[in-house]
Design a protein around this ligand. Structure first.
Ligand code: AMP
Ligand code: GLY
Length: 422
């Protein structure tokens, strides 16, 4: 099987590494990739937001399967263009990708499917902002405001704060820039990322993971795209995950079928386990980054065959997934000033070690690896349990050098110490 992966993050590097373990995969290509993926796949530069360019590349490399990593090409309909070219594609079409691309669509689908999620309201008129902030402050009886940019914002358009002034300033700035604002009620509890393979009605959950969104240790500072993740979750049973798949993800998949836009690919349920049970924070239409790096490190089933079965409507026949025992911990190394405008162009040392997955890296003419993005790389450690996996991940991190860079020191720590309960 010849596979073309679209994207350039550590998520895509992890996909390539797992695809390469599948004995049926004999050729790997990626566009646009990074310095790390270039070592294991043929790399091409095309505009990945163009369906025509991606479909043409898929034909050129004679791909049997195209796997689209990021949300932006999916929301723009790149998967439709690949399928129209007669090539199997792992990733939803434009219509189904609205589950991530349009918060209003997602809320509507969830309401129709009877799925619990935060109450929400879209504000597009600054004159209505104060009254809405008051309603949300009061209606939930919680001291926290949740203010979101109602467009794709790579996880960085969200402010969760107990301070009305901060909430108001974020909302006002978005409105000022002409962006509608989504206000949500605050959901309290530990978060879960449950990735599910979906082909139409069939839903197969992967191992659950937890992502660390805030930039600083102990959940301080602004939200980021994700600073680390671990899997599985010692505090969430396999039965609870099956229930989430059956009671939340299956009804949503069925609702998308009913609306004439069946989902094909990875449906990512971002949940909070509240005192009243799981509630959805958001759905994404793709693998999450950095959770994928942890989840795929534990997958024992052949990934190429699994994604191909999903893309061709044969997921129901694939059989039980196999997993390695133990745990995996991913820690992200970010450039100075991330999640603000990152410092770039510095030499990264130690990035070619085992367990390092590249994201914002490029190879300079003299052969050095240099930073070229906010999240520069992920390190992935595995072990018999979370504690051992943490030790392994931080061991790899300790041998990497990048001036001004930072990472979180507490990925998976509370769970390893048994401090998370639901
Ligand atoms: P999102 O981009 O919607 O995934 O939001 C980013 C992060 O903000 C989430 O992972 C949560 O940590 C937090 N968040 C978003 N919505 C809520 C909510 N309604 N209640 C509590 N936290 C939230
Ligand atoms: N890890 C969060 C995301 O991929 O959206």
């Amino acid at each position: 099987m010849r596979v073309l992966v679209i994207g350039s993050g550590a998520r895509e590097h992890a996909l390539l590494v797992a695809l390469r373990r599948d004995p049926q995969v004999d050729a790997l290509a990626i566009a646009p990739g990074n310095a790390g993926t270039a070592a294991i796949a043929d790399q091409y530069q095309v505009d990945i937001t163009s369906g025509d360019e991606v479909a043409a590349l898929a034909r050129q490399v004679e791909a049997d399967l195209v796997v689209i990593g990021p949300e932006v090409p999916l929301v723009l309909g790149v998967a439709d263009a690949v399928r129209d070219a007669g090539i199997a594609c792992f990733g939803p079409g434009k219509d189904a990708a609205r589950i991530e691309g349009s918060k209003a669509f997602a809320k509507d689908v969830m309401a129709a499917a009877g799925v619990r999620t935060a109450a929400s309201e879209i504000i597009d008129n600054p004159a209505h902002l104060d009254a809405a902030l008051d309603r949300f402050g009061k209606s939930v009886g919680e001291p926290a405001w949740v203010v979101k940019d109602d467009r794709l914002a790579a996880g960085k358009g969200v402010v969760v704060t107990p301070d009305r002034t901060v909430a108001r300033a974020h909302a006002a700035a978005l409105l000022e820039a002409g962006h509608p604002v989504l206000l949500e009620s605050y959901l309290d509890g530990p978060e879960v990322s449950l990735f599910c393979l979906v082909d139409g009605q069939t839903v197969v959950p992967l191992l659950p993971a937890q992502d660390f969104k805030r930039v600083g240790d102990h959940d301080t500072g602004p939200n980021t795209g994700g600073m680390g993740a671990y899997a599985p979750l010692p505090w969430l049973s396999a039965e609870a995950c099956r229930d989430i798949a059956a009671e939340i993800v299956e009804p949503v998949a069925a609702e998308l079928v009913k609306r004439g836009c069946p989902f094909t690919g990875l449906l990512y349920a971002g949940l909070t386990i509240t005192s009243q049970g799981p509630a959805v924070i958001e759905f994404n239409c793709r693998f999450g980054d950095p959770e994928t790096q942890s989840v795929l490190a534990l997958l024992d089933s052949p990934l190429g065959q699994l994604l191909y079965a999903t893309a061709t409507g044969k997921l129901a026949d694939f059989g039980e997934l196999r997993w390695r025992s133990g745990a995996a911990v991913t820690v992200v190394l970010a450039a100075e000033n991330y999640p603000g405008k990152p410092r770039m162009g510095d030499v990264v040392l130690g990035a070619e070690a085992d367990g390092v997955l590249h994201a914002g890296t490029a190879r300079r003419e003299d052969g050095a690896i240099v930073s070229s993005g906010g999240r520069v790389l992920s390190v992935v450690g595995t072990g018999a349990d979370l504690k051992a996996a943490r030790t392994a991940a931080y061991q790899i991190m300790s041998s990497i050098r990048l001036p001004g860079s930072h990472f979180r020191h507490d990925i998976g720590l509370a769970a390893a110490e048994g401090k998370i309960t639901v």
